[in-house]
Design a protein. Structure first.
Lengths: 111, 116
């Protein structure tokens, strides 16, 4: 079983749609959870951290379910500029800043 | 101002050659990393240095040798390049090594290595 699993997509959605991505992780000792965004042929960039209580940043909402080892990202009112690959990231074995990345979910927002 | 920079951006070379990739960060961070992203876009950590000390060394062939001359620089030397080494190599840095839940890693633009 992969340490971090995501549906690779692509998710093709019209502008203005709401889209949700899910991710599961295998290491129950993981303490830190993130969503990173990677544009085509660019480096990954932090989109948001994910907290147990859930957190929101504008159109983006992240949720964490520790019992189910499940992380989600909800994007409301999708924009063309949201088109990218969204990487689910957890800190893996060894803790600290040793991050384990999922393979990413590709989002394409269309007119 | 570029926070994490890498050179070169593209590297095309023949099998068997030795090559180096350089990374520099001007963020004043203590910790630096090398990641490899393969053709399937899977991003995997290779090495991490904290204050010039090696703290992560994943299962990487010993043809790969990182070097950190100071905490702002982390270079990667690769000996006897193989076809399977073709990938994008990303350098990253973070402020500290620890369990800070919000310690962001900042990535460089990547070096696209093609081995022919």
């Amino acid at each position: 079983r992969k340490e971090v699993e995501q549906d690779p997509g692509p998710f093709n959605v019209p502008e203005g749609a709401t889209v949700a991505f899910n991710c599961t992780y295998s290491n129950s000792a993981s303490q830190s959870f993130f969503w990173y965004r990677q544009d085509c042929r660019k480096e990954p960039k932090l989109l948001m951290s994910v907290y147990s209580s859930g957190n929101e940043d504008g159109r983006f909402t992240a949720q964490l379910n520790r019992a189910s080892q499940y992380i989600s990202l909800l994007i409301r009112d999708s924009k063309l500029s949201d088109s990218a690959t969204y990487l689910c990231v957890v800190n893996g074995e060894g803790g600290g800043n040793k991050l384990t990345f999922g393979t990413g979910t590709q989002l394409k927002v269309e007119l | 101002d570029t926070a994490v920079s890498q050179t070169p951006k593209y590297l095309v070379t023949q099998m068997g050659n030795d090559k180096s990739i350089k990374c520099e960060q001007n963020l004043g961070h203590d910790t630096m990393y090398w990641y490899k992203q393969d053709s399937k876009k899977f991003l995997k950590i290779m090495f991490s240095y904290n204050n010039k000390e090696l703290i992560i060394n994943e299962t990487v062939p010993n043809r790969f040798s990182p070097k950190s001359p100071d905490k702002a620089h982390l270079n990667l030397h690769i000996n006897s390049l193989e076809l399977g080494d073709s990938a994008v190599y990303f350098c990253a840095s973070s402020q500290v090594w620890g369990v800070a839940p919000t310690d962001t890693q900042y990535f460089g633009p990547g070096t696209r290595l093609t081995v022919l």
